[in-house]
Write a protein that binds this ligand. Structure first.
Ligand SMILES: *[C@@H]1O[C@H](CO)[C@@H](O)[C@H](O)[C@H]1NC(C)=O
Ligand SMILES: *[C@@H]1O[C@H](CO)[C@@H](O)[C@H](O)[C@H]1NC(C)=O
Ligand SMILES: *[C@@H]1O[C@H](CO)[C@@H](O)[C@H](O)[C@H]1NC(C)=O
Ligand SMILES: *[C@@H]1O[C@H](CO)[C@@H](O)[C@H](O)[C@H]1NC(C)=O
Length: 467
């Protein structure tokens, strides 16, 4: 059995070059947290030109749903997190939601999934955890009372739903989530033959340990590197299968051995900050093309623990979303730039050039696959500088305490030159150096950027981060 899986996996990698988006197994997330994105009308034109068959939305925007009714694209819509508790506590609210967001568009818009909430267990609202499954049940009841039976109800979760994920056989759900919540979620998904939707990114475990995990293993690349799970004896050839199976094992521990998995988000960022290795277009194209080949392979490959099972997959994401906070990668998951061009220089409706060798050789070789070693400062991003926004950003940085801006006071080493630009450079560097360990980003809504050029001048020494 195991040798068969191995042979199959090798075979798809060497023999298949696949279309990125034309497959019925691959869909795409249409996130819209940006102020420079093409209109919904243009976006749906672009989806059609790329042969997209499935799109996942983060809401149920009536304009988008109306436009999609003119296409044969299948659609996944979402109940926002902030409506979960209300729906869970009042059946009429579920009816109302379904009437307004499903019935108003269905069946001319081919809605196939209603996802209730987004990464609910990644957020600290414990009442929402408790309300999740009751809300899912109500939504499903409202749908069936309208005789709508081919829309599945699910909820996407992130890998942080697990407290142990390695080796895959040790996969176990977090113990701070009440066991009853996970059990009733499993029961609902199993009973309704829905999917366990997972947001899963090999980029994250790799980028945390880029020297211990092989990049090829994370990029789903052809190779002879395997990992044998010591408990199950299962052989893994890539990080994605490991992550998927850690969920499969966690579900099995609750007695659910056959809930199907779906990947609600996966991808690889094509750009990031200096302290984020591996975020480049080359890796991103490689990952996406290998993913498309793997997930659209016939017969389905499944995972080592669940061989032969199809895994519907949504790529993250259609566009770069320039209004997402956080580190640089957050704004660079798109396959299209804001002008609608392919970021990976691929014909997205055609076949993937990564193809047979699992390499995006049409793109320049990446230079940031190894972690940068040295000092980094955080300074004003001159390209995007808006002086009017600087004062509040500097004030924010300096108000965090811990002497962040002491040197900027009259008499301080960095007081002169007395200009908002000069003070902002110092304040950003100082703030980031102090708070990076607590998760702070060098971003300031686009005003700040990392640099390896020391901005210190005279006796004014800028604090830096050493990586
Ligand atoms: C339940 O929701 C309906 C529809 O929004 C509303 O009219 C009704 O007052 C709500 N009932 C309770 C008990 O909140
Ligand atoms: C899951 O669903 C299957 C098929 O409906 C059923 O046979 C099985 O008993 C269910 N498993 C659990 C643990 O409820
Ligand atoms: C694995 O690949 C390397 C490089 O391609 C090769 O030198 C080595 O012999 C291979 N090992 C096995 C066990 O096939
Ligand atoms: C100062 O920095 C430490 C460590 O980063 C942090 O725990 C503490 O909360 C900070 N103090 C203030 C006033 O922000």
């Amino acid at each position: 059995m195991k040798t068969t899986i191995l042979a199959l996996s090798l075979c798809y990698i060497v023999s298949l070059s696949s279309a990125l988006l034309g497959s019925d197994k691959i869909g795409i997330n249409y996130g819209r947290i940006g102020n420079n994105l093409p209109s919904p009308y243009r976006s749906i034109e672009l989806l059609q030109s790329m042969n997209v068959r499935h799109v996942k939305l983060y809401d149920s925007d009536p304009e988008v749903l109306k436009l999609l009714s003119e296409t044969d694209i299948h659609v996944s819509i979402m109940v926002p997190n902030d409506q979960i508790s209300r729906i869970a506590s009042n059946r009429s609210e579920a009816d109302q939601w379904v009437n307004l967001n499903v019935l108003a568009h269905y069946p001319s818009t081919r809605i196939r999934f209603v996802l209730v909430g987004n990464e609910v267990f990644s957020n600290n609202d414990k009442q929402m955890w408790l309300d999740l499954v009751p809300a899912m049940r109500y939504i499903r009841k409202s749908l069936s009372e309208l005789n709508i039976h081919n829309i599945k109800v699910g909820t996407p979760v992130a890998m942080d739903v697990l407290e142990t994920s390695f080796p895959p056989s040790a996969g176990k759900f977090r113990s701070d989530i009440p066991a009853q919540v996970m059990r009733s979620l499993m029961k609902f998904l199993n009973g309704t033959r829905s999917f366990f939707f997972l947001d899963v990114y090999p980029f994250f475990p790799w980028s945390k340990n880029p020297t211990t995990m092989s990049l090829d293993f994370a990029l789903l690349k052809e190779g002879n590197l395997t990992y044998t799970d010591p408990n199950s004896g299962l052989i893994y050839m890539n990080a994605l299968d490991q992550m998927l199976d850690s969920i499969n094992f966690a579900m099995a521990k609750l007695g659910f051995e056959s809930i199907r998995m779906a990947i609600s988000e996966t991808g690889w960022p094509h750009e990031g900050d200096i302290d984020q290795p591996g975020a480049n277009a080359y890796n991103s194209a490689t990952y996406l093309c290998n993913l498309a080949a793997k997930m659209s392979y016939e017969p389905p490959l499944g995972t080592p623990a669940r061989p032969g099972v199809e895994i519907p997959t949504f790529i993250f994401s259609l566009y770069d979303e320039n209004q997402k906070p956080g580190p640089g990668t957050e704004r660079h998951w798109g396959i299209l730039s804001s002008s609608g061009r392919s970021i990976h220089q691929m014909d997205l409706a055609g076949s993937c050039p990564a193809g047979d060798k699992g390499e995006a050789r049409h793109l320049a070789k990446p230079v940031n696959n190894r972690p940068y070693k040295g000092k980094i400062w955080c300074v004003l991003a001159t390209k995007t500088m808006r002086e009017v926004d600087l004062a509040p950003a500097v004030e924010f940085a300096c108000l965090q305490g811990n002497a962040t801006c002491n040197e900027l006071a009259p008499g301080g080493a960095c007081y002169t030159p007395v200009s908002i630009v000069s003070h902002a450079n110092y304040a950003f560097s100082s703030y980031w150096a102090k708070y990076r360990g607590d998760g702070a980003s060098c971003y300031f809504d686009g005003l700040a950027v990392q640099t390896i050029v020391d901005p210190s001048h005279g006796s004014c020494k800028f604090p830096s981060v050493t990586v």
